[in-house]
Design a binder for this molecule. Structure first.
Ligand SMILES: Nc1ncnc2c1ncn2[C@@H]1O[C@H](COP(=O)(O)OP(=O)(O)OP(=O)(O)O)[C@@H](O)[C@H]1O
Length: 257
């Protein structure tokens, strides 16, 4: 569904060129849950923005459903670590914002919003504004707002990075539940190795300066995973492997600093 070939991204800055990504090649199947882990600055966000059409590649191609280097589109929903809800709109209005913009009629909008608000467990909070919600609740609304446009690809940039451990575990379970219902294609950036193994079918470990794919790892652990995964032997082996791969990158970053 997504194929990336020889992707390079160089930013021109007053201090010279910064090559964020170099010769990145990867391929993501329809319905696959793919995680990207890598040291800070290895180009994870840049990669997601290029796939989302928010940044053009310098060299190479991103093909999404056979469209080459596509502009931003409804087929790709994005979610970020920072809380990005419209603070002047209620929970309901935030979720129905996209469908309304797309001219979806009132009855259909209501059905989309009711279903999503139930899925994220915020029915009682539907008329509140974001400022009255906790961080975890805001991210649940952000998830619902992304899903309201029914994108086939979810591009998620450390969406749970700012949440406490318990809220994060709850969000991971919610995302897995929704993904198991509809099997959308997910590209999920995280710093958290446990999270990547819990969620991903495939993990790309990136190296930095410039960002490249260091290793593609298949997570061969049966689903559902949430309850038993931490005692799974494969989990331990994968965690040790990824930790070692990232340790080298963090060392490299420290030496560059
Ligand atoms: N708009 C920009 N202009 C100039 N340089 C940029 C720009 N965006 C990103 N970069 C540089 O590209 C590199 C990759 O940045 P990016 O934010 O993609 O990394 P990241 O892996 O997502 O980092 P983090 O994990 O810290 O969020 C960094 O060196 C960054 O400084």
């Amino acid at each position: 569904m997504i194929t990336i070939e020889h992707l390079e991204k160089t930013f021109e800055t007053p201090k010279g060129n910064v090559t964020a990504l170099e010769d990145v090649n990867l391929s993501i199947d329809h319905g696959q849950f793919t995680c990207i882990v890598g040291a800070s600055g290895c180009g994870k966000s840049t990669l997601l923005k290029i796939i989302g059409g928010l940044e053009p590649p310098t060299v190479g191609t991103v093909s999404v459903d056979q469209k080459i280097n596509p502009e931003p589109g409804q087929d790709r929903g994005m979610m970020f670590q920072s809380y990005t809800l419209y603070h002047w709109l209620t929970v309901t209005e935030n979720i129905e914002f996209g469908p309304k913009l797309n001219g979806v009629n009132v009855a259909e909008r209501k059905s989309i919003v009711d279903h999503l608000i139930r899925s994220i467990g915020l029915t009682k909070f539907k008329d509140l504004y974001p400022s009255s919600l906790s961080g975890g609740m805001q991210q649940r609304v952000a998830l619902a707002r992304m899903l309201a446009n029914d994108p086939s690809i979810l591009l998620m940039d450390e969406p749970f990075g700012a949440l406490d451990a318990q809220t994060r575990a709850m969000m991971q379970n919610l995302l897995l539940k929704l993904w198991e219902e509809n099997h959308k294609t997910v590209l999920f950036v995280t710093h958290d190795i446990d999270e990547a193994i819990l969620l991903g079918d495939v993990i790309y470990v990136m190296s930095s300066h410039p960002g490249k794919v260091k290793k593609r790892i298949t997570v061969d652990i049966p689903r559902p995973r949430a309850d038993q995964i931490f005692s799974n032997r494969t989990f331990g082996d994968l965690k040790a492997e990824i930790t070692e791969l990232l340790f080298d990158e963090n060392e490299k970053n420290m030496n560059l600093a």
